[in-house]
Design a protein around this ligand. Structure first.
Ligand code: ATP
Ligand code: MG
Length: 426
């Protein structure tokens, strides 16, 4: 605060305040998400914001950026290692395994909430960010891979977005992965130019190199062997099935032969939905199949598929495409008064309006009537209900249409009818 002797405390790096005037954009996106998920029969699940650290160590992969350097890990008072969730899939699968009665399959759920990763803040990259994700656990039908992509596509279309494209690949299964891994290893071993991280990760997980953001690694990745050339017959058939579904449903996609994902649990289908105008952080939505994950967390072998989308990047995309909705009316009726005798009457009017559903407010700073009118117009209130000594004496109220400046004086009982007549859409 200006003038205070103490230094102001700022929000932590990589976090954001969504201020009151901007919250409606988030609500708009959240409502669209909830609506689309209902239509596709995905129900909401809410898991804790922190989990046992092992959950992420065991699933995300020891050589991933997330586990190597991005987790917010701390010990609680009992000495247990806990981690603020960096992603939503492992927690959802953990929750699935804790459902008391085996759920009907596929278990189709979505989540919407904050994730935490200690990475370098930059455009489109935060330390606390919000992800929306869906997971469908219990079926390996390629039409289910198609369904999650269709759901994302539907959501983006509903939000009016046009510049997004689906990039699709298959990275095979534990049966075909080893031969691909060998091919990748010998390709990269014979070449200069890998970044330090990738040189270290290469032997443990050469697929990581394909996902590296360094320019030199990306250039090498372009020419690297492609996982689709190594798919076993079952994975080939599955990948063909996903593509056939997307063509049949009319969802455009491009094949992305070197696309892999930033987490280790993916098998077969992987995809990203990107926006051309977003710059370096251009992936809005990313996902794929994770047929080994449930088993890895101690369940019976159970396939699964899903995606996660970053809401900050989605909102940036809405801004870029000029698709933000207009801000909603904050105050429908401002109640104004002149003189102390009118104040209790004005308060009565205010509470009567609020109780019957109007968004109504009043001045609390002792402003003059003139200043109250100015305040109403700055707030964008379409209507003002005014009382002065005259109105108090005659049991009336003056209603002003702020858009035209016209005023009518009506008996108090006719206030609401009059408000509705003047501004029926607010
Ligand atoms: P990137 O390649 O951008 O680092 P990732 O592979 O780490 O992404 P996922 O873990 O698959 O991404 O997350 C899915 C989506 O969540 C991303 O496509 C993006 O929209 C969003 N996302 C991931 N990390 C962040 C972040 N730090 N800040 C904002 N959004 C993020
Ligand atoms: Mg990342």
């Amino acid at each position: 605060m200006a003038g205070s002797a103490k230094a102001a405390i700022q929000r932590p790096r990589g976090t954001q305040d969504v201020l009151p005037g901007a919250v409606y954009v988030w609500e708009y996106v959240e409502n669209a998400i909830r609506e689309v998920c209902r239509r596709y029969h995905y129900l909401e699940v809410r898991t804790p914001i922190f989990e046992h650290t092992e959950l992420f160590e065991r699933t995300t992969g020891e050589t991933t950026d997330i586990v190597e350097k991005q987790m917010y890990t701390f010990r609680d008072r009992g000495g247990r290692s806990l981690t603020l969730r960096p992603e939503g899939t492992a927690p959802v699968v953990r929750a699935y395994l804790e459902v008391p009665e085996r759920p009907l399959l596929p278990w189709k759920v979505f989540y919407l909430g904050p994730m935490f990763r200690h990475e370098r803040p930059q455009a489109g990259r935060f330390r606390q960010f919000v992800q929306f994700g869906v997971e469908a656990i219990g079926a390996d039908d390629p039409a289910l891979d198609g369904e999650v992509i269709a759901l994302a596509d539907d959501l983006f279309a509903r939000l009016g977005l046009e510049g997004l494209s689906v990039h699709l690949n298959s990275i095979g299964c534990p049966r075909c992965r080893p031969s691909y891994r060998e091919a990748l290893l010998s390709y990269f071993r014979g070449r200069e130019g890998l970044c330090a991280d990738c040189r270290r990760r290469l032997e443990v997980n050469p697929l990581r190199v394909l996902d590296c953001k360094e320019a030199s690694c990306r250039a090498l990745a372009e020419e690297a062997p492609r996982p689709t050339d190594f798919l076993c017959p079952e994975c080939r058939e599955h990948f063909d099935g996903v593509q056939a579904f997307l063509r049949h449903t009319g969802i455009p996609f491009v094949l992305a032969p070197t696309l892999v994902r930033g987490l280790d649990y993916y098998t077969r289908t992987v995809f990203e939905i990107m926006h051309g105008a977003l710059g370096a952080q251009n992936t809005v939505c990313a996902g794929g199949r994770y047929d080994g994950l449930v088993e890895q967390l101690g369940g019976d072998p159970t396939p699964g598929v899903g995606f996660a989308a970053g809401l900050e990047r989605l909102i940036t995309t809405l801004e870029l495409e000029g698709r933000l909705p207009p801000p909603p009316t904050e105050v429908q009726v401002m109640v104004a008064y002149a003189g102390n005798a009118a104040r209790p009457v004005a308060l009565d009017i205010l509470y009567r309006l609020r109780r019957s559903g109007w968004q109504a407010d009043i001045d609390y700073l002792g402003r003059s009537l003139r200043a109250q009118m100015k305040q109403a117009s700055r707030l964008g209130a379409p209507l003002v209900a005014m009382v002065g000594e005259d109105e108090v004496a005659s049991g009336e109220v003056t209603v002003r249409d702020m858009r035209t400046g016209e005023q009518v004086r009506v008996p108090l009982e006719e206030l609401e009818v009059t408000l509705r007549r003047i501004a029926p859409t607010t």
